[in-house]
Design a protein around this ligand. Sequence first.
Ligand SMILES: [Zn+2]
Length: 189
Amino acid sequence: MLEPSVEYSLDEHDKIVRVNQAWHQFYADNATGGSSASFLGQSIFNWIRGPEVRELFSYLLKTVRRRRETLILPFRCDSAQKRRYMVMYIDCEDGKNVHFQTWTLKQEAFSKPLSWSSQEPLVMCAWCNRVLISKPLGGERWTEIEDAIIELGLFQREHNPRFAHSICEDCKRMIQYEAAVAPRYLAQI
Ligand SMILES: [Zn+2]
């Protein structure tokens, strides 16, 4: 059975004006500090890290306000213990206020909890949670975090993960595609 949807709404200036009870619970389970109450009244962009992620999110908001169609986007939001496969519905009926609903579709435990010795931040795709591996001799690719930890030799001591957030090319294309075809896609349901 699906857990209740985690919901929040933005006003026309991108300020968070409403969160539901499930949101408070999700925040309590996942946040490392602060309080969920401080979320309200702030711009959503205060909570989005990485210039590429902000740019894409801004594009998404613009698109959903213009089209007034529901966008449905899969994404990942992993914790240190679990892979979490989620889906996001974004609605905007009046061309101003934007409503988000997210559901966890599936969770899988990592084979071992994530921890590593590196102090260097890893570049993570904010959408699919894959990690960027750059080769010294050139070339970059995005890989599952468990594989990256092994490949980069990061198992050893416990440290809190540090990430720099970005968006991988696959997710960027997927989001742009979904935003472009949403009305046709919905018409087929
Ligand atoms: Zn991605």
